[in-house]
Write a new protein. Structure first.
Length: 120
C-alpha cells in the first residue's frame, strides 16, 4: 500500500489518487456509509502498524503519505482526508490527517493538528 501511494503521488493528481484508493477527499460531498462501532475496536491497531512504518521515513511529506495509506486501509469506515494550513514564522506550513465521522485519527508522536485550519 505504501509503495502504491508513493507511486500515485508522483503520477496522479490527489483527487484521482484518493478516488482510486476509495478514500473521500475533503472536497467530496457524497456521504459514505460508516461503521462506527467496528471502528472503535479496529482502527487503533491499523494506526499503530502504519505509524511503525512511517516513523522510519523522513518527515518531509510524511503526513500526506501516512494519511493516504491510513485512509486506504480504513476505507470501509468512510475516512476523509483533511489538509490544513497554519502560519509559521517565515511562511506557511501544511499538514494532512484523516478523520472518520468528523473525529481525527491519532497523530504520530510529535505531530498535531492543533493550529491548522482545514481547507474546504
Amino acid at each position: 500500500m505504501t509503495a502504491a501511494v508513493e507511486l500515485g503521488l508522483r503520477t496522479m493528481r490527489l483527487p484521482t489518487l484518493a478516488r482510486a484508493l476509495g478514500v473521500g477527499l475533503m472536497q467530496d460531498r457524497q456521504e459514505q456509509e460508516t461503521r462506527a462501532a467496528a471502528l472503535a475496536t479496529n482502527h487503533d491497531s491499523v494506526v499503530r502498524v502504519v505509524d511503525s512504518i512511517f516513523s522510519r521515513m523522513p518527515p518531509s511529506g510524511r503526513c500526506l503519505r501516512r494519511s493516504l495509506v491510513l485512509a486506504g486501509l480504513l476505507r470501509a469506515f468512510g475516512p476523509r482526508l483533511k489538509i490544513g494550513v497554519a502560519r509559521r514564522p517565515g511562511g506557511i506550513a501544511a499538514h494532512a490527517w484523516v478523520e472518520i465521522n468528523g473525529v481525527p485519527l491519532p497523530e504520530m508522536r510529535g505531530s498535531t493538528i492543533a493550529g491548522y485550519t482545514a481547507l474546504r
